[in-house]
Design a protein around this ligand. Sequence first.
Ligand code: NAD
Length: 365
Amino acid sequence: MAQHTVTLIPGDGIGLETSAAMQRVVEAAGADIVWEVAEAGAACAEKTGTPLPDETIEAVKRNKVAIKGPCTTPVGTGFRSVNVALRKTLDLYVCLRPVLSMPGAGGRYDDVDLVIVRENSEDLYAGVEFEEGSEAASKLIKFCEDEGAGVIRPDSGISIKPISITATQNIVRYAFEYALKHGRKKVTAAHKANIMKYSDGLFLRTAREVAKEYEGRVEFDDRIIDAFCMNMVIDPAQFDVVVFPNLYGDIASDLAAGLVGGLGIAPGANIGKEYAVFEAVHGSAPDIAGQNKANPTAEIMSAAMMLDHLGELEIAERIRRGVRAVYADGSVLTGDIRKATGSSAPAASCTEFTEALIAAIKDQA
Ligand code: NAD
């Protein structure tokens, strides 16, 4: 088996606990990984003055593959999101989030098997924003009025929503190629093209054009995002691969996670042509950080996706089998899953869960 060097960014809050658990599990499953630890996030900003040091970006570029814990982002004010900066700097244009029902995880459905493909570089996440009361905001408001584009109240803050043909072609093509490679039958594009004709309208039109290249091989349909959400709650099994502009994809990821047991089990990856950064969907969970209560499954399943990416398919599958066995057994599960299943059995700590998983992985040998 090959040795791989991977950049590990533990991040903030529960990231410290889930990353340590993930490392133990990956090693127990037999992967030969050299971990190069790098810093990012709020604690890093306090210590070094920046939430995303150049050395961290350099480390990811050098190793090409990273796994990261969540990074705290101040809400409303303060520094911009480390995650958004990383995705932009490394051109990680795909956010890939498989959502799968797992027996024992407390999901609302037992037949969900879909993949969220979220555009990761533009839309309202582009970071093009104008602060309320600033000279630039006033100029923009006047420009919109002069152009006859619409009247904006003078006390508005403004975030710009760019959606390009280039980025849409890239993400929709990725969704179709993913479907072909993984034997999936249908790609659905979610949008609000009825209201935002020049941004979401362009997304839908471009998606339809790309879909024509795959006619006869992969089906295509589209849903308005609000109807998509209702359909997800009523019958999520109807969806296969779903491709989204950035913001809807973010919201739909948490919705989908909630249907199969919660954020504690939802893995993900940010993928570009050169680099890939694997990370759970959840955030730094300040409410339970440092208490050994976090569910490390999401980061461990993200690591399994990373091992697939590194070509270590057997080890990745060993980890997934172990996770399924622990959930099916049901005797050692963290508090979030106890809550989702409505069970009054005692909640396992992050450490206890990790040890049960390592035992289940070793049992397979
Ligand atoms: P969150 O995902 O951190 O937490 C939401 C709820 O889910 C909390 O009650 C939390 O305890 C629970 N939860 C999340 N992950 C869990 C796990 N693994 N095990 C058990 N329970 C879990 O979302 P939030 O509270 O909105 O955000 C907290 C911080 O994280 C914010 O600063 C936000 O910006 C950041 N964030 C970072 C990322 C990332 O780095 N990729 C993603 C989302 C949010």
